[in-house]
Design a protein. Structure first.
Length: 659
């Protein structure tokens, strides 16, 4: 009955809009990694009683089309009357919502469920970061309705809108003055938007449903995008720090006593351990019988707890300021940013290093792709000269590694590797289309992202599609990887999330799911596949990938823990849990997130283990991770560079629902 009511109201609205109407339109260009990947076009039909916006949103991300259609109907006071949105919000997630507002009642259909609720004051219809047109109308609604402190969003949630200042841009030799807006609540963290005094949107910098940076520009002003991106990095960190006001304890001398030190170098543990820290560096390590605690030390009692080196995430994409405290709260003190927007990651790293931001140490891997339908980003090389110039640009800006992406030509891969090695940089990345893992390594790649590229050169059994690591062909692959000293970050967690059967509770993957910021929960709960496809495809691949990880580790291949984002911070815990499920011991899994990444990134002399003269990047957990790897989730204290952080506070300022 509710569905019939909604359809009848929509038909009625359409008939009204057809009377005495006029039309208008606008276009926003959609970008990812600064690359133009699609467009959003809206048309407006107006009459005396209604404004009706029809919106077509479409882009192609690495060969995958993402299309979304929306309709938003408003009265002349910009109060919503009806709203429909259906389609993709990323390569892996979708939305299908309908809303009709009638006589102070909101009738809603979310996927296959229908329900209603009373219309609240200051309400607007919007369902996430896309389309940009809806965010533009949200701003106009906010201004027209006396700038309320909070707007209830239909069908779910609430947002806060504020003007953060004025910015002046130079465009075609003229000054362009725009209002800078901040919207909080649609995505995790803050969005930044720029609009003129009439509310016409010029630029929206947001995160899509995969967590990647996405920009939408009014079409005529696309050339200003790099300027907006640089401003967004600086302003985003400033906004976060000013709002969150993160704090840490700082002491010249710190002593941790009574806990069990996890020694990842000697693969053992030291009960009743003592760690003395002076000026952010580890001064001494041992037991109470061998280490004297200075009288002026700030003492942390770790009795009954474990003391570990700070964890690494070797496949991060640091897309917003909130990732910083989320990582630290989970005990992650170092990340390798495996491809980002050039100006954005430089600004984020500088803010953290200069003490104006909060987050882990960042090692930057600069992404280079080639032209093609699956290309990512604007730093592309199709000639050897372009390859050399791109590598040199990254090197000059403090990047320690180059990341190859999927559309690069084979001959250019070698050119990139040659120049990177000449400058002392290593090379990681995807195996480009048309190449095998062996060809990528022979061209000079030192590391490979994602276990799928190992599986793609192995031979599965014909009967069940499973991979036997004892097969002679597959043994040859493992021997090749080992003898060429190739480093692999498997990213098992991202495959588990994408392959998971949607009928299963997501808490089986992430037990802290309910603590995630609400916008992230909605994205993740819709990520996965139907049960039939999981049984036919996803479950087989996960079995194969786990078997490969175990075989590689046993064969002496350097495995490093990387997540490719997923659940902020927590995904490192899940990655290590999956390694244990694959057959590694908890100690071996912990090595993949501590001493092994520090070694392969040439940082083992300063970090990666709890040893004298190393950086004081340490976490304390309530439990023994060598007995149960899941105890890694029980972080009680984080120390980075000698600064002491409380994980509860860090999670709160990152927007997590923790108590």
């Amino acid at each position: 009955m509710r569905k019939l009511f909604i359809v009848a109201c929509l038909v009625s609205c359409i008939k009204i809009a057809a009377q005495s109407s006029s039309s208008d339109s606008g276009t926003f260009l959609i970008h990812k990694f600064e690359q133009h990947i699609g467009r959003e076009k809206y048309t407006v039909t107006k009459n005396a009683n209604t404004l009706k916006y029809n919106i077509d949103f479409a882009y192609t991300d690495r060969g995958s089309p993402v299309t979304l259609k929306a309709m938003l109907q408003l009265n002349p006071n910009l109060q919503p009357l009806a709203f429909t949105i259906k389609g993709g919000t990323s390569r892996f997630s979708s939305v299908n919502d309908s809303v009709v507002i009638n006589n102070k009642t909101v009738e809603m259909r979310i996927d296959d469920s229908s329900f209603n609720e009373p219309l609240q004051q200051n309400s607007f219809t919007i369902a996430g970061y896309s389309p940009a047109t809806a965010q533009m109308l949200l701003i106009q609604y906010w201004k027209k309705h006396d700038k309320p402190a909070n707007i209830h969003t239909i069908p779910f949630g609430s947002v806060q809108v504020r003007i953060d200042g004025l910015d002046t841009f130079s465009f075609n030799h003229n000054s362009l003055i725009l209002e800078r807006y901040v919207i909080t609540g649609l995505i995790w963290g803050n969005e930044l938007l720029w609009a003129d005094k009439n509310g016409q949107l010029y630029c929206l910098i947001t995160n899509d449903a995969e967590g990647d940076k996405q920009e939408m520009m009014l079409d005529a002003y696309e050339s200003l995008l790099p300027t907006f991106i640089d401003k967004a990095a600086i302003d985003g960190m400033r906004l976060f720090i000013n709002t969150a006001k993160p704090s840490s304890q700082k002491h010249d001398v710190i002593a941790i006593k009574g806990g069990t030190i996890i020694d990842v170098v000697n693969k053992t543990s030291i009960p009743g351990g003592v760690v003395v820290i002076e000026n952010g560096m580890i001064k001494s390590v041992g037991t109470a019988n061998t280490v004297n605690i200075p009288s002026d030390a700030f003492v942390i009692d770790a009795a009954g707890k474990a003391i570990l080196p700070g964890l690494w995430d070797m496949h991060s994409h640091f897309e917003q300021a909130e990732w910083g405290p989320a990582y630290l709260a989970a005990g992650v003190t170092t990340v390798r940013d495996c491809g980002n927007e050039f100006g954005y990651i430089n600004s984020i790293q500088k803010a953290i290093d200069d003490g104006h931001g909060i987050g882990p140490h960042i090692l930057k891997a600069g992404i280079i792709d080639g032209k093609g339908p699956y290309a990512l980003g604007i730093i592309q090389a199709d000639t050897k000269q372009q390859a050399v110039e791109a590598v040199q640009r990254y090197n000059e800006n403090g990047f320690v590694q180059i990341k190859i992406y999927s559309s690069m030509k084979p001959e250019i891969v070698k050119a990139v590797c040659d120049e990177a090695h000449r400058l002392g940089l290593t090379v990681t990345g995807h195996i480009p289309g048309g190449m095998t893992l062996q060809q990528g390594v022979d061209s000079g790649m030192d590391m490979v992202n994602h276990v799928q590229y190992v599986g793609s050169v192995m031979k599965p059994n014909k009967a069940d599609s499973l991979i036997s690591v004892d097969d002679s062909t597959n043994k040859g692959v493992l021997e090749f990887i080992k003898t060429h000293h190739v480093v692999i970050d498997p990213t098992l967690g991202v495959y588990e999330l994408v392959f998971r059967p949607l009928k299963n509770s997501i808490t089986s993957i992430e037990p802290a799911f309910s603590t995630l910021p609400a916008p992230l929960q909605k994205i993740f709960v819709n990520t996965g596949m139907e049960d039939e496809r999981y049984l036919r495809y996803g479950s087989i691949l996960m079995k194969n990938y786990k078997a490969i990880v175990k075989a590689m580790y046993d064969d002496g291949v350097p495995i490093v823990a990387g997540t490719d984002m997923d659940f902020p911070g927590y995904s490192v815990d899940r990655e290590l849990e999956l390694y244990v499920e694959s057959g590694l011991t908890p100690m071996q899994a912990i090595e993949t997130a501590t001493i092994i990444p520090a070694t392969v990134m040439k940082q083992a002399n300063i970090t990666g283990s709890i040893e004298t003269a190393k950086r004081a990047d340490i976490l304390i957990i309530d439990g023994d991770p060598l007995q149960d790897i899941r105890n890694l989730r029980k972080v009680v204290t984080i120390i980075k560079d000698g600064n002491i952080y409380d994980p509860l506070q860090l999670h709160k300022i990152a927007g997590f629902n923790v108590k």
